[in-house]
Design a protein around this ligand. Structure first.
Ligand SMILES: Cc1cc2nc3c(=O)[nH]c(=O)nc-3n(C[C@H](O)[C@H](O)[C@H](O)COP(=O)(O)O)c2cc1C
Length: 447
């Protein structure tokens, strides 16, 4: 059990600047607002989350449409499978304008952008939002993203993390290129800033070279809060060095606790305070006033998914075209070995299906891809949902949760209206924001 009864949950909303949420079927829900191309759509969600005292809203990203399945984007377009991905900077800015306290996280790839660009962007966002910016550092997933940036093939998994290490060192130095207090703005003497406090960077890494200084003074938080989701061995090394908010997918609290314990140990070994990392698993919540109503709601939402959703997303995540095989044919060792992308998913399919050579049907059934079974699902009345959240939290499997939406904005509204009051009643979640930046609200020190 938890040794600290005052420990409070961290609450993060998982958002998509897209036609669908993480759950592809969400756009087909009659109550889903079709306004995903409008600022107001995102501002409306942001104000709801702020009403619910969420720490952070963070938006994922992909730099390509799904197009591995059948070597075409046509099924993805036809079925609305994550085909829209807006640029996140205007979305975050709009959400920042509608709120005062909510943290705002955007995903940016270290494989396809440059350190100077990303450092400048997040420094600007952090100033505009008075210290509420967070960066979800990703290394991107597959060849279709590479091909949108003039590169034939995506870099190998571990190499991508080597690039990312270099990238983050460069951005850290750029953010530090202006010392705190460098801007003087003294009109009578005509002195704008103290040149002794603004420095060249002269970063000369294996992958990136940056002269500096940055053209934006040091951000209010020193640097944005760093979000990371590496689950592989190499990903964990990276997270222990740079990560602050660690988002994960685990189906049981035991597996999540093993990860959290491991990451805290690795963080200490890297010379950092283990409390400087927080772990939050992504979950779906389907809640209503009675168990029966919640069950009905869940059934309805589950029926919004179709098999093309699963096959399209499986093809993307494994960087492999699943249309090549009859659905019931066991896939050979050779085929399985050729699947790059997320190994964790493959391990899960092999384990749950009980065969070393799963068929396409096994992949559909056991990966949960494109369905609500992809993530842990907490369902029932507010009290029942909070029981489930509490059991993960009190077992110290996690420090909070990343709420994925089953439909938009309804899933966020249900959570804020029904679950948040129950969490607060049990003393598991705060009643008010702390004054100051996102770092202040999370209890993280300023670098
Ligand atoms: C909640 C969550 C959100 C993620 N969002 C993105 C994203 O927006 N873009 C992306 O390319 N990868 C995303 N990922 C994938 C991770 O960046 C990472 O590749 C994955 O967790 C596997 O870790 P590994 O790369 O160490 O194997 C996300 C993962 C999780 C758990």
């Amino acid at each position: 059990m938890a040794d600290n009864p005052d420990r409070k949950m961290m609450m993060v909303a998982f958002l998509q600047a897209s036609n669908c949420s993480n759950y592809t079927g969400s756009w087909r829900h009659p109550e889903t607002d079709p306004g995903f191309m409008d600022l107001e759509f995102y501002q409306n969600i942001a104000t709801t989350l702020e009403r619910g005292k969420f720490h952070l809203a963070f938006i994922d990203d992909r730099l390509a449409m799904p197009s591995r399945f059948g070597d075409s984007f046509s099924d993805a377009v036809e079925n609305g499978i994550r085909v829209v991905k807006l640029d996140l900077v205007p979305v975050i800015t709009a959400m920042g304008l509608a709120t005062k306290h909510l943290g705002l996280g955007a995903t940016y790839s270290t494989t396809y952008y440059s350190p100077y660009h990303v450092a400048r962007l997040f420094a600007s966002l952090d100033h505009f939002t008075k210290g509420r910016a967070a960066w979800n550092v990703v290394t991107s997933l597959n060849d279709s993203e590479a091909q949108n940036f003039g590169v034939a093939e995506h870099l190998e998994h571990d190499d991508r993390y080597d690039v990312a290490d270099d990238f983050l060192q460069a951005t850290a130095e750029l953010w530090n290129s202006w010392e705190d207090g460098a801007v003087v703005l003294d009109k009578p003497t005509g002195r704008f800033a103290d040149p002794e406090k603004v420095h060249r960077v002269d970063y000369d890494g294996e992958w990136f070279q940056v002269r500096g200084p940055l053209t934006v003074p040091r951000p209010p938080q020193g640097q944005p809060v760093m979000i990371q989701a590496g689950q592989s061995e190499r990903g964990r090394q990276f997270a222990a060095r740079w990560g602050e908010l660690l988002f994960v997918i685990y189906s049981t609290p035991e597996a999540c606790k093993t990860y959290r314990d491991d990451l805290r140990r690795r963080t200490a070994l890297a010379g950092r305070d283990p409390n400087a990392v927080r772990v939050a698993p992504a979950v779906y919540v389907v809640v209503d006033e009675t168990p029966e109503k919640a069950q009905q709601k869940l059934k309805f939402i589950e029926n919004l998914a179709n098999q093309t959703d699963s096959l399209t997303l499986l093809s993307e995540v494994f960087n492999y075209d699943f249309s090549q095989h009859p659905v019931d044919e066991p896939l050979s060792d050779e085929i399985l070995a050729s699947m790059t992308g997320l190994r964790g998913f493959l391990d899960r399919v092999v384990e749950l299906s009980g065969t070393p050579n799963p068929s396409v049907n096994d992949f559909i059934k056991w990966s949960g891809r494109g369905t609500l079974r992809e993530l842990p699902l907490f369902t029932g009345t507010p009290a029942q949902v909070v029981d489930q959240m509490e059991s993960w939290f009190q077992a110290e499997a996690c420090d909070g949760f990343v709420l994925a939406a089953t439909h938009m904005p309804g899933a966020y509204e249900d959570f804020v209206n029904l679950v948040v009051p129950e969490l607060q009643l049990r003393g598991l979640f705060r009643e008010e924001y702390t004054e100051g930046t996102l770092r202040d609200n999370l209890g993280f020190v300023r670098p």
